[in-house]
Write a protein that binds this ligand. Sequence first.
Ligand SMILES: Nc1nc2c(ncn2[C@@H]2O[C@H](COP(=O)(O)OP(=O)(O)OP(=O)(O)O)[C@@H](O)[C@H]2O)c(=O)[nH]1
Ligand SMILES: [Mg+2]
Length: 865
Amino acid sequence: MSVRSDAPAHRSVRRNPRARARLRPRAEREARRSAPPRRSPRRNLRKRNPHRRPRPNRKRPRSRQQKHPRSRRQKHPRSRRQKRPRSRRQKRPRSRRQKRPRSRRQKHPRSRRQKHPRSRRQKRPRSRRQKHPRSRRQRSLPRRKPPPPRSPSKRVRRRSPPRRDPLCAPQQNQSRKKPLERKPPRRKSQNADRCGARRAPMSEDLRIRNVAFVGPHHSGKTTLLEALLFACGAIARRGSVTDGSTTTDCEPEDIAHAQSTCVGFARATHDSIEINLIDTPGFIDFFEETRAALRGVDAAVVVVEADPSRIALTHALMEEIDQLRLPHIVVINKLDRPGADFNATLAELQRLYGRHVVAEQLPIRRDDSLVGFIDLATMQGTRYSADGDRSEAIEPEFDVVARQSRRALLEAMADFDDRLMQELLDDVEPPTEEVDRDLCDECAHDQIVPVLVASGLHGFGITALLRAIERWFPAPVGDARAPIRAQVIKTIVHPQSGKLSVARIHEGTLTSDATLIDLRTGERLRVGGLYRLFGKKSEPISSAGPGSIVAIARLEGVLTGSTLAGAPTVKPLPPIEFAPPVFAVAIKPKERIDEAKISQMLARIIEEDPSLQIARAQFTSEQLLLGCGEQHVGIAIERLARKHRVEIEVAPPAIPYLETISGSTEVHSRYKHQTGGHGQFADVQIRFAPRPRGSGLLFDDEIVGGVVPKNFIPAVEKGVREALARGTSGYPVTDLRVTLFDGQYHDVDSSEQSFRTAASMAVRDALPKCKPIVLEPIARVEVTIPPHFTATVIGQLTAKRGQILGMQPSDREGREIVEADVPLVELARYITELRTATQGLGTYRWSHERYDPAPPGRVPTAAVS
Ligand SMILES: Nc1nc2c(ncn2[C@@H]2O[C@H](COP(=O)(O)OP(=O)(O)OP(=O)(O)O)[C@@H](O)[C@H]2O)c(=O)[nH]1
Ligand SMILES: [Mg+2]
């Protein structure tokens, strides 16, 4: 049966396009097939309306999207998700994702976030973007708590001077001397650390504290640190300095002298916080060691004796701490001793360093010994006992003084906290938690310096000290994934096991097989091992993160102060500049056999301690070992003998005296020797005349007519010079003119040797007739001191026959320079005298200036031959 094309088709045929096509005549079907494809009416419509907004792929209604989650997720296979850059993944913190309600998370799983990568979301028309994305995501999260309200004026330094409590003892001497200028207090945001990173006080990210124990000589640092290690369980038995059994005084020189001679390292763990401890030597000669160690820590415990007369010795140290802006506390130690005076010591601290050095604890003393303390922040008493500290209420007899001291503490803190100040003005008692929080905050930002009490020998005050270290000191900051940035703070050379560079890691994670770049030399070095130091023990470790203090083995050529980097782009840390040496000794090996190895061994010693130097004396050519003081050089020589088995002879450097003449003379000298056979004959007439100071020796030849043949004249000059090398006093003769003006010779018997002998005889003859005088070297000295010591130093220099040239301000803040010309012989032990007179703050440098006649009787008799 055939069907006409124009006949109305059945409804099913009309609906089915294939059936419709089959009904069309063949020609029409073929024409349609060859014709270009027709656009759909919808598409045409869109073309006609160019302003119509293009619908993004997601225009599918929301309901449908949710129906096909799986299929859509599959469109973005795992590989794509993984390729997403790290940074983006991190933008949505885990905590936030987890907080989203479970139901929603399941409906819009990972796939949805991935379907709308940032680029696409941004392309989405504005109107739509505003409808969904960020707002929707946020709505699904629990609302974040607003930050606790804080007074807008909080942390603003008060301009008006803080009120003073007339009852507070520390004020007594305030007018006598200006306290050491403290830097203006820093607010949190300004508290950038020395390597540019911000400190994170009380941060729990890195549970590390890096602390140096510093203080004057014999104040009890090593003993206190030993007690702390014992309290933390880091050692089984508490060692003692007198027995030489402490952890940190482990070098034989430390034990022999019962004092620290270099920095010692230890660590302890308390409340799951790792405390890296550095014990520093207190003797001023080793101050450069302490300075280098301070570059590796985030805070310092300044240990002082309960004796006001010894507080001035902390001056240089406090200056260094202030310069490095290190948060620090002061521990008044040895309070168990009879006569220990806490109040006077605190008053002296405040007189020198200001009111921000403030007591946080008050000692409770009974029968002239320490039995406990009162915590002024919590107003709680503590009594020490053999089986631990016991809390107790404050006894009524201490109530008034405790209240006054607490008031002083709060006032010092209020200088940095307007809210606290307002509370004090309104006579409102601030809550203990607030006081405690502010104390942590202000100490961590080096705004106030709390003073604690202790007796290291009896282990008193250790619990409170540990708490202070953990709570008040900042944790180090640093990115564990950044390239390594570390600074060497100490070099230890073992004659057998080699070199260890102790470094503080500021950024990055150091592994035991890493390659580092020494930014000083640009050299690449492979780490020869990684260790953690504990006294003389070293424990190998595989890696260490930021904030750690580690010893790195076999970094040849790396010096103390060098920055070690994981990449060449890392910014170097400020180098450690060591003070120029101020004391010298002449050294030579006892055995001639050691002469070859002595310079090599000296180089090793200097590698360990860069504040030592070796040099050749300018005039005497002696080998000199220079250091920061008599003890410093002495210990270095002991160490050299012990470690490298080189015995050294030490002597004070010879003073390079000279001799000159002050009158003229002419001498006639004849040398004639006849012993059978070939004789010797020479005859010379020589004139000696003085020359201006500093012009040296001049030899003139005024021979005419060949009375002394030309070929013998150099021999005459040689004879003169040889004889003048040792004048009448045994010192070289200088500043004179020697003129050969006449002479005789013999054809056979004259020789160079005979003219040399005749010339030296002439010199020996002439010198006593020319009124010889001894010249002494004069040094130009620049003494740098705080201005209030100027009069003392001038008096000292004048007593040394010094000629004061003037005074001028120094580049260093709060320092003055006194310039003077002083005879060198008077400066032999000047550094020791200067330090004693200036509480360790004075230093000087010198250079050779000129020679002046030495006063009669001043020339050392030993030097006269
Ligand atoms: N009575 C008393 N003596 C102490 C106390 N602490 C330390 N000593 C003694 O003081 C002396 C010096 O102690 P160290 O711990 O070596 O002092 P230091 O500050 O480390 O000394 P340097 O390292 O030389 O600066 C030793 O004889 C200790 O026994 C203390 O709390 N009370
Ligand atoms: Mg010590």
